[in-house]
Write a protein of this length. Structure first.
Length: 605
């Protein structure tokens, strides 16, 4: 099997991604971590071993050991004269910690003590999230959820039926194809709603140079246990948001309702983060309120009109292949519905079933999917056996055909995709307390690994039974560069531009204030970033030139002081910069009855 150019052969099963993926089965030897945890040298061995992953080197700066690079190369010096680790494995973190990008101990990962999956800091809680009491990312992280015991792999199609799924595959139309209203939206933007005559004019005292508050929306009442508010889709005319049991739409300019609220029978539990080229999305809601209720009811919605399209019910697969918690992804006109151990693809325009993605090979069960420009699948293989590992695949969205497969070493779990095109994968090894960020070429072959001393801090969420592969904000990428924020503990953080061809740093830029700065998107040759507010000052949107040698942030939009407290007070959030407007929305409702909860805030010029 080919090794990367100008590199010595691999010793043992160390596991960089293989250069040429197989179709459809994974290559042997795979991609992952050292087989022994990194540790300080205990003394010179009788005969020096071949350099390789995880072989301990002489102590580096701050009294911490340095690890060898993936292919036995010496560590390369980084910017500012600081030694850097050329490989991604077991690099020491900044601030005197040994850790991964989120400051965990030791190595480069983030295993946590056993906790209920999905709880803050528990396995399954990926990096990020928002601290409800602070205006900066809460670095709450955990390894990916351990694979469930897997038996069988039968998959049933979307069906009409009751809580437990129906009997025959069908995707039927909704009742009348039109949206229905559950009542006047809160603070609809026209002086009515809950705001009434007391609705505050945030622009009354707007200062020179400040952006205009286009509109602000409060959230619908949620139960005391809280509710999800997933998804934010912005078209040229409409900003659409899901919250609890509703999907609401507002004119991007003045905030007036674009169409009647789409009311759903039960709480929303999943949405497609993406929208189709003709502005269609699919949301999932619960089958009921009992303990047996599942996240298995599907509803297509037209973002332009609010019209309801086809509906369907997701049936369970075989034993342990549950629709209690599903994930939805769009790639082109293909909707992928992921269960705990399989997936089923549908034509998003009609609801017609296209294919199943089921168990394959050596007891490999698909457990997560990522959509967008490509359709990426992750499978857990031999989860209870001695050859346990993850596999990464790209699927043809229309047919499900496997275009390539990459195998990860034993113990490694694919946690997130920071980007799907180009493909950037964040993986963890909870047993060895390690992490890795790897990039791949369009054919699935290994491209590079991000390897230098840094604590990165994107804002990521997670699912309960599944890995939410695309649930990370605070990252951005273009064809050749990945942009990641560093951790902000006190004072300003930095955004690091990483060369995807080499995994090395291109440049970095410090936040222009004492608050954290997060990448939002790449647009017009610039990195667009959000600088967070402080307790007494509003945030801003800035542009950082991606090319050249000067990377000084320039302000695109100074947010107004009138909404600084609102801006800083979102419990959890989603950010969007579209057509020169900036949007902040919540992703979770707490169910607090003491005050009206925030839903969306829009700025323009």
């Amino acid at each position: 099997m080919a090794t990367p150019p100008n590199q010595p052969p691999q010793q043992g099963g160390f596991g960089a991604p293989q250069d040429q993926p197989q179709q459809p089965q994974a290559p042997q030897g795979g991609f992952g971590a050292p087989q022994v945890p990194p540790q300080p040298p205990q003394g010179p061995p009788a005969q020096p071993p071949q350099p390789g992953y995880g072989y301990p080197q002489q102590p580096g700066p701050y009294g911490q050991p340095q690890q060898a690079t993936p292919y036995g190369q010496p560590p390369q010096p980084g910017p500012y004269g600081q030694p850097q680790q050329a490989g991604p494995y077991a690099q020491p973190g900044p601030y005197g910690q040994q850790g991964g990008p989120y400051g965990q101990q030791p190595g480069y990962g983030y295993p946590q003590p056993p906790q209920f999956p999905g709880a803050p800091g528990a396995p399954g809680t990926p990096p990020g999230g928002r601290n409800p009491f602070k205006g900066r990312p809460a670095l709450v992280v955990g390894a990916a959820v351990a694979a469930l015991l897997v038996i069988g792999g039968t998959v049933f199609a979307v069906t009409d039926g009751d809580d437990e799924g129906g009997k025959k595959p069908v995707a039927g139309p909704s009742d009348d194809g039109k949206a229905t209203s559950s009542g006047a939206p809160v603070n609809p933007g026209d002086g009515s709603g809950d705001g009434g005559a007391d609705t505050e004019d945030f622009n009354a005292d707007r200062k020179a140079g400040e952006a205009k508050v286009l509109w602000y929306k409060e959230a619908p009442d949620a139960p005391a246990s809280g509710a999800d508010a997933p998804g934010m889709w912005v078209t040229s005319k409409t900003a659409v948001k899901a919250a609890y049991k509703e999907v609401v739409a507002y004119d991007v300019g003045d905030g007036k309702p674009t169409w009647d609220t789409v009311a759903l029978p039960q709480k929303i539990c999943a949405v497609t983060p993406q929208k189709t080229a003709d502005d269609k999305v699919v949301v999932a809601y619960m089958s009921g309120t009992s303990d047996r209720a599942k996240c298995n009811q599907l509803q297509q919605i037209d973002l332009s009109t609010g019209a309801k399209g086809w509906t369907g019910v997701v049936a369970d697969g075989a034993l342990f292949d549950s629709a209690i918690d599903i994930e939805l992804s769009l790639a082109g006109n293909t909707l992928m519905v992921g269960r705990s151990q399989s997936g089923t693809a549908y034509d998003v325009r009609t609801g017609k079933k296209l294919y199943d993605k089921q168990k394959y090979g050596d007891s490999c069960f698909p457990t997560a999917f990522a959509g967008g420009a490509r359709l990426i699948a992750v499978a857990s293989c031999d989860a209870t056996g001695t050859t346990e590992h993850d596999e990464l695949q790209e699927l043809d969205p229309a047919t499900g055909k496997v275009r390539w497969t990459q195998k990860f070493d034993k113990g490694w779990s694919v946690a997130k995709t920071y980007s799907v095109d180009p493909l950037v994968v964040y993986s963890t090894n909870k047993d060895k307390n390690t992490w890795n960020i790897a990039t791949f070429k369009p054919d699935g072959s290994y491209r590079s690994q991000v390897g230098f001393d840094e604590d990165f801090a994107p804002e990521c969420d997670s699912g309960f039974l599944q890995r939410n592969l695309t649930g990370c904000a605070g990252t951005a990428s273009d064809a050749n560069t990945l942009y990641l924020p560093t951790e902000s503990t006190t004072g300003p953080n930095e955004i690091v531009a990483i060369d995807l061809s080499t995994g090395k740093e291109k440049w970095r830029v410090k936040s222009p204030t004492d608050e954290a700065m997060l990448p939002v998107k790449v647009e017009g040759g610039n990195l667009v970033a959000y600088v967070e507010p402080s307790y007494d000052a509003a945030g801003r949107v800035v542009a950082v030139p991606a090319a050249g040698t000067a990377h000084t942030p320039t302000t695109l939009m100074q947010l107004p002081a009138s909404t600084a407290e609102l801006e800083d007070g979102f419990y959890s959030r989603d950010l969007a910069w579209v057509d020169g407007r900036f949007y902040i929305s919540t992703t979770r409702l707490t169910g607090n009855d003491d005050t009206k909860e925030k839903l969306m805030l829009a700025y323009g010029k």
